[in-house]
Ligand binder design. Structure first.
Ligand SMILES: [Fe+2]
Ligand SMILES: [Fe+2]
Length: 439
């Protein structure tokens, strides 16, 4: 097994990276909280091929210290740097964040000379080992977890899938009674993906850089969608939603411009569903600051709508359907088309159970594709569509174009097109405000 050194102070991030590298690349990861301990280890163990390091840990320029040390070695290990650093891109691999597990795995494999074929051909035991301490981060698993019987090749069920972990089992974990538990081989992708989302959801944003924050919010949203689909609105999903609503709201408020936000979302390869919700939260903030009837409460309300409007959808393909025609042409099975058709209504039903939702949120959610009952899509808005729903519909149209066109976004062209499409007075006022947004 390849021993890879990881220099990362945040133990949750460290565990996240270790599990992914162990599962997909077969790395044995040794973690260190700062550069000097990793350097000491290198002095004793010269055969290391790869170091993964956070760019900076507190005031220490960690990656630079490591690069400096390894440059004097006869056969220096490769270095992957997580976060911004001034190191030469020819000498190190830069990743904005390790929370993009796919990128981290790809970069690690490449640096170790492990091909995709090698990873696919890797012989995986039927019971796949995972460090038992990782389970302390979560309180239930979506896969069965097994424990190896003493002096035997057999395994007993330790935690049953989808059930909250037993307190005796958790006690065993806390007291470190065993280092390793097991998953069935075919369950590991599902387990690791959910674990990644759970760890991301538990991270405190003030300990993360901006790229990590974006990625953590996206993973948390994925977890929320997954949980709401099975649990609906309950204390667990409420807690998860409240945290991410606050975190994404902060990102929306602190970002200086639309293009700046778009660039960051794109460089972190976030998907459409998350990207459009996050940008909509930015646009909502701007609109409510500029509209004459906008108030901080209305601004909160619109961010709330931006956060929840597509919560019943499952993926980016579904979230990009914006008209009856898109829906008709979508290559989706009938039941998924039904889900897309009803997603606005479903969001409203879910939010009717959400405590302290802003007043009127249910109505706006239901009407966010222009129909009064929340079924399907409409371009012809009746008088019964609420003004806030109209603000949202216009914002989403604007944001969709921005995401589709990216850096070539031509605001003048888009605004002209919107003026033509939505010609009545009550739309024009809102379009004027969209035009004034800081690009
Ligand atoms: Fe949407
Ligand atoms: Fe929608």
């Amino acid at each position: 097994m390849n021993t890879t050194l990881l220099v990362e102070k945040n133990t949750q991030l460290g565990d996240f990276y270790s599990l992914n590298l162990h599962t997909w690349v077969g790395c044995d990861v040794k973690s260190f909280p700062e550069a000097k301990f990793a350097i000491e280890y290198l002095q004793q163990n010269p055969g290391i091929k790869l170091i993964i390091s956070r760019a900076k840990i507190n005031s220490e320029k960690t990656a630079e210290a490591l690069a400096d040390y390894i440059s004097s070695m006869a056969t220096p290990p490769k270095l992957i740097v997580l976060g911004q650093s001034s190191l030469d891109k020819k000498q190190v691999t830069h990743l904005p964040t390790g929370l993009d597990a796919k990128l981290l795995v790809q970069a690690t494999a490449k640096n170790l000379g492990v091909t995709a074929q090698d990873m696919a051909n890797k012989v995986v035991p039927e019971y796949f080992p995972i460090p038992s301490k990782l389970l302390l981060v979560i309180n239930k698993s979506i896969s069965n977890i097994y424990k190896q019987k003493e002096d035997s090749e057999n395994y007993d069920l330790f935690f049953e899938k989808d059930k909250v972990f037993s307190s005796t089992g958790v006690k065993d974990l806390k007291e470190g009674h065993f280092d390793t538990l097991y998953l069935q081989r075919d369950e590991r992708l599902k387990f690791v993906n959910t674990y990644n989302r759970e760890v991301a959801a538990s991270l405190e944003h003030n300990t993360l850089n901006e790229d990590e924050q974006i990625k953590a919010s996206e993973l948390t949203n994925e977890l929320l969608q997954q949980r709401i689909a099975t649990l609906g609105i309950n204390s667990e999903t409420i807690k998860l939603a409240q945290k991410n609503l606050i975190d994404m709201g902060k990102t929306a408020k602190k970002t200086p411009s639309l293009m700046n936000l778009l660039k960051r979302l794109m460089s972190n390869k976030t998907g459409y569903l998350f990207k459009h919700s996050q940008i909509l939260m930015f646009v909502a903030t701007h609109l409510m600051e500029q509209l004459d009837w906008g108030t901080p409460e209305q601004s909160d309300k619109l961010r709330f709508i931006a956060f929840f409007h597509d919560i019943a959808l499952e993926d980016d393909i579904q979230a990009q359907i914006h008209s009856e025609e898109d829906l008709k042409n979508a290559q989706l099975p009938a039941e998924k088309k039904e889900l897309v058709k009803a997603h606005a209504q479903l969001a409203a039903v879910l939010i009717s159970k959400y405590p302290n939702a802003p007043i009127g949120a249910e109505t706006i959610l239901k009407q966010h594709h222009g129909t009064v009952n929340g079924l399907g899509f409409s371009d012809h808005f009746s008088q019964n569509i609420s003004p806030m729903a109209i603000v949202f519909i216009l914002s989403e149209d604007f944001v969709d174009e921005l995401i589709t066109v990216g850096k070539d976004f031509d605001i003048k062209r888009k605004i002209a097109q919107m003026r033509e499409k939505y010609s009545t007075q009550r739309f024009q006022k809102i379009i004027n405000v969209l035009e004034s947004i800081a690009l």
